[in-house]
Design a protein. Structure first.
Length: 68
């Protein structure tokens, strides 16, 4: 349940920064942001393919990170 709460918190922050995005795109972005940092590079390809299978018509939104 902690992981779900962390993902929901991340999704809320993304939605607050980009309210024009639809909910599916925001959820995908939140899940990817929370998990990609924990994966080794070989597993990122598998993770991306899994998301393509689960969400075939939805693409991850591009978020402007120029401030970083």
């Amino acid at each position: 349940m902690r992981e779900l709460k962390a993902v929901l918190r991340a999704v809320g922050q993304i939605k607050a920064k980009s309210p024009q995005l639809n909910e599916t795109s925001v959820c995908i972005k939140g899940i990817r942001d929370m998990n990609l940092a924990k994966l080794v590079s070989d597993d990122v390809v598998l993770f991306d393919k899994m998301f393509e299978d689960l969400f075939p018509d939805c693409e991850e939104p591009e978020i402007n990170m120029d401030d970083l």
